[in-house]
Write a new protein. Structure first.
Length: 198
């Protein structure tokens, strides 16, 4: 199992990158967000990876951030969501936006991703609604300073306190709107609790 690749970015395409690690070029599938985040060709880069193994293929998929890889694993666990569709969803949404859409059961938003029809979007939000807090919680304290991580962690905290997914996502969204992108997890949760209790 290959957990990550650290090397030089050799080339990029519409949906992949080639990472040169010690003279070996690894072809790695990737979302457009990951391709935009890993930097210019010729520079050093690191990708977190997931290895896909089938009867007639072995494929690597790469992610700029661990939370993207975790979302990929969750998404591909839904029947009908293959690697290509999961990457299309991750190209369309930041993990925190995806968390919010699933917590609030917003299948219309999920259906905006390429290759996701209304029925598949409904299945995704239904099957993942109880798992949406797990990713943010797994990220730990490192996510607190990152706006996306703080928002996802705040939703997770609200879910752990017994709020319904839609309530939690809505309260955190209102808190983020008021406090701005640099809000800490602590401040977000406190304000979200006040918003939810109104």
């Amino acid at each position: 199992m290959i957990a990550h690749l650290k090397g030089r970015l050799d080339a990029t395409g519409i949906d992949h990158a080639v990472i040169d690690v010690g003279g070996v070029g690894y072809l790695v599938g990737a979302s457009s967000r990951t391709l935009a985040a890993i930097g210019p060709v010729g520079e050093a880069c690191t990708l977190h990876t997931e290895m896909l193994v089938g009867e007639d293929f072995i494929r690597l998929v790469g992610f700029a951030r661990v939370d993207e890889r975790d979302w990929f694993r969750l998404l591909t666990g839904v029947q009908g969501v293959g690697a290509r569709v999961a990457l299309a969803i991750l190209s369309a949404f930041e993990p925190v936006d995806l968390s919010r859409a699933i917590a609030s059961q917003d299948k219309t938003m999920v259906a905006r991703a390429n290759g996701v029809g209304p029925k598949l979007a409904e299945r995704i939000v239904r099957e993942l609604k109880d798992k949406v807090g797990g990713i943010a919680a797994a990220l730990g304290p490192a996510a607190v300073n990152a706006p996306a991580g703080a928002g996802a962690d705040a939703v997770s905290a609200m879910l752990n306190l017994g709020f319904r997914p839609a309530e939690a996502a809505n309260a955190v969204a209102l808190a983020e709107e008021e406090l701005g992108a640099a809000a800490t997890l602590d401040a977000l949760v406190r304000l979200a609790l006040r918003k939810a209790s109104r």
